[in-house]
Design a protein around this ligand. Structure first.
Ligand code: 173
Length: 320
């Protein structure tokens, strides 16, 4: 009797420390700031996963860039310092340059699953990043140029613009001077007048108060903002079939709700108008030239860094 009680006590003590055969806990971080809407949405999803995943799989949210700096999250996933991350390819080109190509997809992720694009992404991410590409959690969010000063033609000559790799090739072609920062440093750069503008998707500029320092948005937008869940490949392989199935099902459920981002884009555009952010609109041939240049320069950059995968990705990611 006594021995049974002792054994039970030891088991109870050990349980929170080690994964039992059935349940495992994965460490997850976000490359986007803790107080961004992306993280709010992730948190809601994680709460659901943890409620439904009792005895199977739990997610332990370590935090955002305060836990792992934005541009280090990719390496943290590659090496297994963390098991999972919400991240965008532009933040881990230091792991492999193809990561930044996901911004260039011209069809919904549901279609990418049908046309072989996701299979190709999975192959490259596994080989070059030691990552399992799980799901895309943001799409239908074009990027824009936001400015503190007006422009009257599609040129950024004489302007210093905050970028990540997403915008580098395109904004260079538009004549801008560039400064790279993580999202967390955009506000200060604007406040100090170190930059005259920044690249960001249609949604999210209110999260860190940038609207107070933003006067113009350039239309049209270009590309499609990509944010995805990526998993350390060794951690993925260590999961049981049931755990992999559970995580896949939960993640696909989140991805299947991506149409929400279309509504969010409309709402955010309205909100920008309400606070007096003026659109600078290029239309007709000028608009076409602008977006064509975005894709041409974007693909040229990817293909230069990845002569084998680049062209293949271009074929799979482009609208026919
Ligand atoms: O920081 C960025 O501007 C950036 O690269 C990005 C990518 C995806 C979503 C939001 C921002």
């Amino acid at each position: 009797m006594r021995r049974i009680i002792l054994a039970a006590a030891v088991a109870a003590l050990a349980a929170p420390l080690a994964a039992t055969a059935q349940q495992t806990t994965l460490k997850i971080v976000s490359a986007f700031p803790e107080n961004s809407f992306y993280v709010t949405r992730l948190q809601t999803w994680m709460d659901g996963v943890n409620a439904e995943g009792k005895g199977v799989l739990q997610l332990n949210f370590i935090g955002g860039p305060k836990a792992v700096p934005t541009f280090e999250v990719g390496n943290a996933v590659r090496t297994g310092v963390v098991d999972l991350a919400m991240n965008t390819g532009a933040f881990y080109t230091n792991v492999f340059p193809e990561s930044d190509a996901l911004k260039l997809t011209q069809m919904p992720v549901a279609e990418q699953r049908r046309n072989g694009a996701i299979d190709y992404i999975r192959r490259v991410w596994a080989e070059k990043g030691n990552m399992y590409y799980l799901v895309r959690v943001v799409e239908h969010q074009p990027f824009h140029v936001y400015l503190t000063k007006p422009i009257d033609k599609p040129s950024l000559a004489g302007l210093k613009i905050r970028v990540t790799p997403v915008y580098r090739d395109f904004f260079t072609a538009l004549g801008a001077t560039l400064m790279q920062t993580a999202p967390g440093e955009v506000y200060t750069a604007l406040e100090r007048g170190v930059v005259d503008g920044y690249g960001w998707p249609i949604g999210g500029i209110f999260d860190l108060n940038w609207q107070t320092l933003t006067r113009y948005r350039v239309d049209p937008g270009f590309y499609d903002a990509e944010v995805s869940l990526i998993v350390n490949q060794d951690a993925w392989k260590k999961l049981t079939a049931a755990q992999r199935e559970f995580l896949t099902r939960q993640a696909l459920s989140l991805e299947s709700r991506n149409d929400y981002w279309k509504i969010y884009a409309q709402e955010e555009m309205k909100r920008q108008a309400q606070v007096g952010i003026k659109p600078i609109q290029f239309t007709g041939a000028q608009a076409k030239e602008f977006t064509d240049k975005a894709y041409e320069t974007g693909w040229a950059g990817i293909i230069k860094n990845s002569p084998v995968h680049g062209p293949k990705m271009r074929e799979l990611f482009s609208k026919r």
